[in-house]
Design a protein around this ligand. Structure first.
Ligand code: KG4
Ligand code: ZN
Length: 357
């Protein structure tokens, strides 16, 4: 089974070809990603209109490169998959329309993939992980704990009630005048800082649900930063270190509860899997390692290039669906919002409509 995957939901334009063998083994034949960081950096965040325009300009060339690198003609494809949401609608339309055109011209099945499902299924691409497992997805747009029970069977165990975790890192970076994207900058600054200098709140600590909250913590950092103005480099490092320490403690607590909820409903998970840009953070990785060890499960973090947005994960999710006979018609709609767990409700007191409940 040979599937072309297209990803355009945020600020990465990406295409890849993945082969799925009958026994479920995977091979990535090509994986081309073009980040738009340079286009958005001077605005301090992703500008949807600029992203959509850049996807239009870049996508044809990137799909072409992915096919050439894989050494395939379109006629050899078993299916073409595109991320049909959730995400910035302009970009989603560009990717899905391109996939529909390829499907129509080459008479190939179309698969409209949920971007979150693609993140959720990535460990089956990288290490053939069996179901069920527990996913911690933390990116610029999402912060969720999900029970991955089977292809198409996802149960959300926890989510953020306000900001996404990557978004909080980006906002803290911005208020401290660190460049975009802020996550890696905050991590770097934190390495030289004192994590005990500021006693920031540990959001949601000890709560029986597995939800997250980050906006109060972000506000506490802002208040402290304004009080200290003008900021010395050491202040910035200490603010970053203290912020990151609060995120770590809160994350460890929320995931411990999430794994307990998982155990009660689905038995022992085969693994705790982390994905999304925040999983690149070394301090968070080692906190996750401790959580997994205490819960007597293994931690799996796919390699960075497959943790952040890419075409291979879309192609793989398409292949998993195709293997079950799940294809879509050319009517498949682009979706700005698309719940992974259709039964999940927005958590009580939520304040951020972009947080991808
Ligand atoms: O998954 P991703 O590449 O894109 C989406 O948001 O879909 O995640 C990007 C997010 C950004 O908010 C970025 O600041 C954050 O992940 N991030 C990090 C680190 N590297 C990236 N956050 C904390 N520490 C890092 N080292
Ligand atoms: Zn993503």
């Amino acid at each position: 089974m040979l599937v072309l995957g297209i990803e355009t939901t945020c600020d990465e334009t990406a295409a890849a070809v993945v082969e799925r063998q009958a026994d479920g083994q995977a091979r990535i034949l090509s994986n081309v990603v073009r980040s738009q960081i340079d286009e958005h950096a001077r605005f301090g965040g992703v500008v949807p209109e600029i992203a959509a325009r850049a996807h239009v300009d870049l996508l044809d060339g990137i799909v072409d490169s992915a096919m050439k690198e894989a050494g395939l003609g379109y006629g050899q494809l078993s299916a073409v998959a595109a991320a049909a949401g959730p995400g910035l609608i302009g970009g989603v339309i560009v990717g899905l329309t391109t996939a529909k055109a390829i499907a129509m011209v080459h008479d190939t099945p179309l698969i409209a993939v949920n971007h979150l499902e693609a993140h959720a299924l990535t460990p089956r691409l990288t290490c053939a992980l069996a179901f069920p497992y527990c996913l911690f997805l933390a990116s610029g747009g999402h912060t969720q704990i999900v029970a991955v029970v089977g292809v198409g069977e996802y149960v959300r165990l926890g989510t953020t009630v306000d900001d996404a975790m990557g978004e909080a890192f980006d906002k803290v970076a911005k208020m401290l005048s660190l460049p975009y994207p802020g996550g890696p900058q905050v991590e770097r600054a934190a390495a030289g800082g004192d994590p005990t200098r500021f006693a920031f709140p540990r959001p949601m600590l000890g709560r029986p649900d597995a939800n997250f909250s980050l906006s109060g913590l972000k506000t506490a950092v802002r208040n402290e930063a304004s009080r200290l103005e003008p900021l010395e480099p050491q202040d910035i490092s200490d603010l970053c270190a203290s912020f990151q320490a609060a995120v770590l403690e809160s994350t460890a607590d929320r995931l411990t509860v999430g794994l307990r909820l998982f155990q009660e409903r689905f038995g022992t998970p085969r693994a705790l899997v982390a994905a999304g840009g925040v999983a690149a953070n070394h301090a968070i990785r080692s906190a996750l390692q401790d959580v997994a060890a205490k819960a007597q499960t293994t931690l799996i973090i796919p390699p960075p290039a497959l943790c952040t947005d890419n075409g291979a994960m879309i192609a793989w999710a398409g292949a998993e669906r195709l293997a079950l006979g799940l294809t879509d018609t050319l009517e498949a709609p682009p979706r700005a919002r698309w719940l992974l767990d259709a039964n999940a409700k927005a958590p009580a007191g939520h304040t951020n409509s972009r947080a991808g409940y």
